[in-house]
Design a protein around this ligand. Structure first.
Ligand code: NAD
Ligand code: UDX
Length: 465
């Protein structure tokens, strides 16, 4: 087997950046180049100040510090990187389509197609092309067709190697992956390509955690894994609503069922609803694929996971409104957290955006504090909804850097992200700062009900009456 000396990754985002940094760290003899068409993003990856990296992940800046410009490079020279690499990972975004056929459900593959055409144009030697992005099942067929019909007569092997890292724990997930999945053709050259890619991961993972399948199983497994995970969150969230009406406690129910080893204890934390760039997009994609094969019952089954999630976000906002005496007009509500989960600066599909939108519709005044999300991102998230003008968003919603001062004269606090630091705040001081009754709505089940009630708060926690 030819030794891999150079790899490149197209797309320097939340997956491309951390994944390639870990590969560079674990494989010092391989030169890793991460390329992107977004010059700003590449500048941020190359910034001397490691607090300015575009992706916040615990442990990432240390890895970048020890490998950058040794065997890890970030660049906008896409063609050069493609030309030199033995293996090319495609890790560009595959968002839900916002136009045309499949609008609102299907994955938009225009960036993937652009990459394939670019590889076809530039490649002068045989390449292994790896789908790292999450793609609808059978996309490898389309990539192959583009490469073979516009290529320079070189051989391309297409592999599917979906990424299972979760944001906030990306480095640890990569270093201690439950499994790595590699799908490819069952031909001799396909097998050789799968083994070549496997050899990279074998630098740090035991061989029995590297699964090889055909390319279609691999593509489909990624969508299915996310659908199953999101389904667990929607399942427990559906029960949280029932708990609130029956004096049952969702944490106790989750613990009781999670002890059954067939069910398991993970991913049963009731919340204000799942967010992130993957779950909703990938389930919608699965729904679209099922319905395009005429499997309507299958499509409806998975769509319910999303419907339940929308219900959970709406329910949280409606509870705030009804508890604050059916009006939040002119009332100051402080949001603790904007990211879709803790330990990330990513806000894509964050529940906070939708809760804020619902409260702003009722003319609430919102003050947001998040330790890692910038003001620019928060306003961009609100403006993207197009519910109101950018000027109105800036008038009604303010972003602050001091979480305690923010609570002065506030009517309520809503916890939208489970950042650990919220647990350490001086809640007595916060209580004194606030108007009375001082309401706290805990959408993450972060704080202890008895302690908060004893301090004087009117405390509401998802999944508990
Ligand atoms: P992202 O938006 O953070 O990054 C994608 C990058 O690709 C962007 O910087 C963009 O500029 C770049 N890009 C787009 N077209 C390009 C082109 N033609 N040439 C060069 N660069 C180009 O996206 P992400 O979160 O890293 O996700 C990437 C893929 O990985 C998606 O398919 C996603 O579903 C999948 N995935 C994401 C996660 C996650 O937690 N974010 C986890 C597993 C899988
Ligand atoms: C997910 C998958 O976990 C990962 O394997 C895949 O590669 C990408 O998509 P990510 O979206 O980064 O990862 O984070 P994840 O930890 O899965 O959380 C997704 C959302 O579900 C977050 O908003 C989180 O707060 C929420 N969640 C998760 C819950 O509400 N309860 C839980 O028990 C778990």
């Amino acid at each position: 087997m030819k030794k891999t000396t150079k790899i490149c990754c197209i797309g320097a985002g939340y997956v491309g950046g951390p994944t390639m940094s870990v590969i560079a760290n674990q494989c010092p003899e391989i030169q890793v180049t991460v390329v992107d068409i977004n010059q700003d993003r590449i500048n941020q990856w190359n910034d001397e100040d490691l607090d300015k990296l575009p992706v916040y992940e615990p442990g990432l800046k240390e890895i970048i510090a020890s490998n950058r410009n040794k065997n890890l490079f970030f660049s906008t020279e896409v063609d050069k990187a493609i030309e030199e690499a033995d293996i090319i990972f495609i890790s560009v975004n595959t968002p839900t389509k916002t136009y045309g056929k499949g609008k609102g459900q299907a994955a938009d593959l225009k960036f993937i197609e652009l990459c394939a055409r670019n590889i076809a144009k530039v490649a002068k030697t045989d390449k292994i092309v790896v789908e790292k992005s999450t793609l609808p099942v059978r996309t490898a067929g389309a990539i192959k067709s583009i490469l073979e019909n516009t290529g320079n007569g070189v051989n391309f092997e297409i592999l599917s190697n979906p990424e299972f890292l979760a944001e906030g724990t990306a480095v640890d997930d990569l270093l201690n992956a439950d499994r790595v999945l590699i799908g490819g053709d069952d031909t001799p050259t396909g097998q050789k390509a799968k083994d070549t890619l496997s050899a990279i991961y074998e630098h740090w993972l035991p061989k029995d955690r590297i699964l090889q399948t055909n390319v279609w199983s691999s593509e489909l497994s990624k969508l299915v894994a996310n659908a199953f995970l999101a389904q667990r969150v929607s399942s427990i969230n559906s029960i949280s609503a029932l708990c609130e009406r029956t004096d049952a406690n969702v944490a106790e129910v989750a613990r009781a069922i999670g002890y059954d080893s067939r069910i398991g204890s993970k991913f049963l934390n009731s919340s204000v609803g799942f967010g992130g760039s993957c779950f909703q997009k990938d389930i919608l994609n699965l729904v679209y694929i099922a319905s395009s094969f005429g499997l309507q019952e299958v499509a409806d089954y998975w769509e319910q996971v999303i419907i339940m999630n929308d219900y959970q976000k709406r329910r949280f906002a409606e509870n705030i409104i009804s508890t604050l005496y059916n009006t939040v007009s002119g009332k100051k509500i402080v949001f603790y957290g904007w990211a879709f989960k803790k330990d990330t600066n990513d806000t894509r599909e964050s529940a906070a955006i939708y809760v804020a939108d619902a409260l702003l519709e009722e003319r609430a005044e919102i003050i947001v504090y998040d330790p890692k999300v910038s003001e620019k991102t928060i306003y961009a998230d609100m403006d993207y909804l197009n519910t109101r003008t950018p000027e109105e968003n800036r008038r009604l919603l303010k972003v602050v850097k001091d979480p305690i001062k923010a609570t002065e004269e506030a009517h309520a606090i809503a916890i939208l992200t489970e950042w650990d630091e919220f647990k350490t705040y001086d809640w007595d001081k916060i209580y004194n700062n606030m108007l009375k009754p001082a309401f706290v709505f805990d959408g993450r089940r972060l704080l202890d009900s008895e302690t908060m009630t004893a301090k004087g708060f009117e405390f509401y926690k998802i999944g508990q009456s």
